[in-house]
Design a protein around this ligand. Structure first.
Ligand code: URP
Ligand code: ZN
Ligand code: ZN
Ligand code: ZN
Length: 484
């Protein structure tokens, strides 16, 4: 058999197994797996290296205006390049509908932005305005195009839908096989805290963490899950940052709810003490939900090891440490007027590999599942996240022993800081491929702008998730038949 590329002599790692073997690639797909393969126009020697599915970044804000109108610092070129340097072969950023916008227009806008990407991409569609024409026509059309995930917010005044709006979207999503992602924080609890803090003049960055209590996340996670159960719709809780939230997810998941969840490196690596750094330095660490404490870090790692989370995602939300980003409202702005979010798309996998695999908290198979395979399954990328004949040759080759010190310059994004600055990590992606084309090799970009392709996605994979039927909507109960 003729191959374009053979990756030879590496240790292949998937979500299911780790074994020595060769990979033959032809026409952008994996064409053969065997103990030994001969030939190949190019042979890559992967001796001493780990060969795994390229990462799939399922939570990133790229070329996206926040609800307060701040544009993220990374566009689809810089964002995808940074992702590639971090071991990712594809990503699914958000396409955000702001109130009054048609979803068709939003998608057209993001299509134009995403044409610069060097890696394959899709979008999760953020919905802030579930008007009838959105629910009845525009969302089904988005779904037909292969956009099979929606995202809603329970917080931020300009995004928050209210429980009724959420039920409407969950219902449309269920009917089409889409999954709804949710940012779960109780909006009124946060606003009430903001008022208390403002009354006392407490507006420094560190009060951001105080203003968004753990209880606000726990309450909203629980509420989101009950809403989804009422209509038996699949739900994905993004950026779980609390012990209580993780425990609720775990309990409901093992009771059969159609539930998925992620956490992020910043909640494992940083704490709310980082918001109290000198001067306005703490603004770099403002994100929502906020950073918590050391006990939470330990508990979240435990939950990662135990399977509470499908994915560890970056929530890359890049706002520079200057007047275009964090300080759009001035360097002395009160915390509610400082842009929310931090970068991390390049650091996600090196951090998870180093602190997870190299430190023995998770297995290599779990690393692959958390970084790639589960995102592909959850979000319907059926040719990605695997090393198997017929799948896309989206592959990352890692040196598991490389020692790396994280610096902002090495993130290859448009940012002027990284919250992970100075961390000493073990393991590094050396070669990254998208559909068989090398895009990063030994610290150099090999990709062409625009070589990424839109991925039309399949419905969410609900195998192993029996779901839930509310008694009142159960046709088998004498009072439930009319509503089904
Ligand atoms: O603080 C964050 N995460 N900003 C990005 C928007 C969001 O809440 O996901
Ligand atoms: Zn060989
Ligand atoms: Zn969020
Ligand atoms: Zn986010």
């Amino acid at each position: 058999m003729q191959f374009d590329t053979v990756i030879h002599g590496g240790t292949i790692a998937t979500a299911d197994y780790v074994a020595r073997g060769d990979i033959g690639i032809r026409d952008g797909r994996i064409a053969a797996l065997a103990e030994t393969l001969t030939g190949g126009d190019r042979r890559i020697d992967a001796g001493g290296r780990i060969v795994m599915p390229g990462g799939i970044e399922a939570h990133a804000h790229i070329a996206q205006e926040s609800s307060s109108g701040v544009m993220s610092a990374d566009d689809y070129l810089s964002g995808s390049v940074s992702a590639a340097f971090g071991g990712n072969s594809s990503f699914i950023p958000f396409a955000a509908q702001h109130r009054g916008q048609s979803v068709d227009d939003v998608i057209a806008t993001y299509d134009a932005r995403a044409a610069r990407s060097v890696i394959d991409y899709s979008y999760h569609l953020i919905i802030s305005d579930p008007a009838p024409e959105v629910l009845e026509d525009q969302l089904p059309r988005a779904f037909e195009r292969g956009i099979t995930s929606f995202k809603v917010f329970m917080t931020y005044d300009l995004m928050n839908l209210g429980d009724g709006g959420m039920l409407d979207i969950l219902t449309v999503a269920r009917e089409h096989g889409a999954i709804t992602m949710v940012h779960a924080e109780n909006n009124d609890m946060v606003k009430w805290m903001n008022r208390k803090l403002a009354d006392k003049g407490l507006t420094a960055p560190k009060y951001h963490a105080i203003s968004r209590p753990e209880l606000a996340e726990e309450e909203a996670i629980n509420r989101a899950i009950q809403l989804a159960k009422l209509v038996d719709a699949p739900l994905f809780i993004v950026h779980v940052s609390t012990i209580g939230g993780a425990e609720i997810v775990r309990r409901e998941k093992f009771n059969g709810a159609k539930l998925f969840a992620e956490t992020c490196p910043q909640y494992l690596a940083l704490t709310r003490e980082d918001l109290d750094r000198p001067g306005v330095e703490g603004a770099k660490y403002i994100c929502s939900p906020p950073l918590r404490d050391h006990a939470t870090q330990d508990a979240l790692w435990h939950h990662i090891g135990q399977g509470t989370f499908e994915s560890v995602s970056s929530d890359h939300a890049p706002y520079r440490f200057d007047e275009t980003g964090k300080f759009l409202n001035g360097r002395d702005a009160p915390y509610p007027k400082i842009a929310n979010g931090m970068p991390g798309i390049a650091a996600r996998l090196p951090y998870l590999f180093s602190e997870g695999v190299a430190k023995g908290r998770i297995t290599l198979e779990q690393f692959v599942a958390l970084s790639s395979t589960n995102a592909a399954k959850t979000f319907g990328c059926d040719r990605k996240g695997l090393i198997a004949p017929g799948t896309d040759a989206d592959i990352a080759i890692w040196d598991p022993e490389a020692r790396v010190t994280v610096t902002a310059a090495d993130q290859h994004d448009n940012m002027d800081y990284t919250p992970f600055e100075g961390m000493e990590l073990t393991g590094k992606p050396e070669i990254v491929m998208t559909r068989g084309a090398v895009i990063v090799e030994n610290g150099e970009l090999k990709a062409q702008e625009g070589q990424g392709r839109f991925v039309a996605r399949q419905p969410v994979d609900l195998r192993g998730k029996p779901g839930f039927t509310a008694k009142e909507l159960d046709p088998a109960q004498n009072f439930g038949a009319e509503l089904r």
